[in-house]
Design a protein around this ligand. Sequence first.
Ligand code: IMP
Length: 221
Amino acid sequence: MRRRLDTGKRLVIASHNAGKVREIAALLAPYRIAVIDATTVGLPEPEETGDSFVANAELKSRAGAGQLAAESDDIVLADDSGLAVTALDGAPGIYSARWAGPERDFGKAMALVQEKLADTADRRACFVSVLSLAWPDGQVQNYEGTVAGYLTWPPRGDRGFGYDPMFVPDGYEITFGEMDPDEKHRISHRAVAFGKMIADCLATNDDDPSDDDRGDDSPGA
Ligand code: IMP
């Protein structure tokens, strides 16, 4: 049975990235969900050994919820995301961060994508985000969002991060790196995944009939 997030409950974000925690806290602020980061509650960062975005997001949320279950009824939210390039069979995919090397050099990671694509005509790609919610009793709910587009070269814009400067979302002529961040946050893979999570777990009316990912139609479940 699908579960909802009760307002008043604490949600632990299984991330040590302060920027990510701030972005998630802002998205949840209207729903009166108290958000706390992994560093504050002492959650370790598990190794991402899964073979998909869902597996890695779930591995992180389950590990966190399992660890906290002994001492609280906190719910844990984890995410995993990356860039999937069609002509590269979905690479860099779950290895998106690792392609930038230990020095987190995304200029290098983008150049590697471009090098592998060489003169391939198919430049389609998408960003993928999976959010995973885990409760202390083992219940897990995952939400996936994607945004489709194509890769351009050379990279353009310095307003984003990661692979943003080479990604042009469908319906636009500018890259995510050139886009107003508010606009990116409205259409991004993370926004889509969040929209699904909010519709499933937080929204008080069922005004989004397009969300057919729900496992249970009853909003009070
Ligand atoms: P993680 O989800 O924190 O493991 O990071 C995944 C990696 O995917 C990031 O380091 C970025 O390289 C890439 N990525 C995920 N989302 C975005 C995005 O919105 N723009 C650019 N790169 C992204």
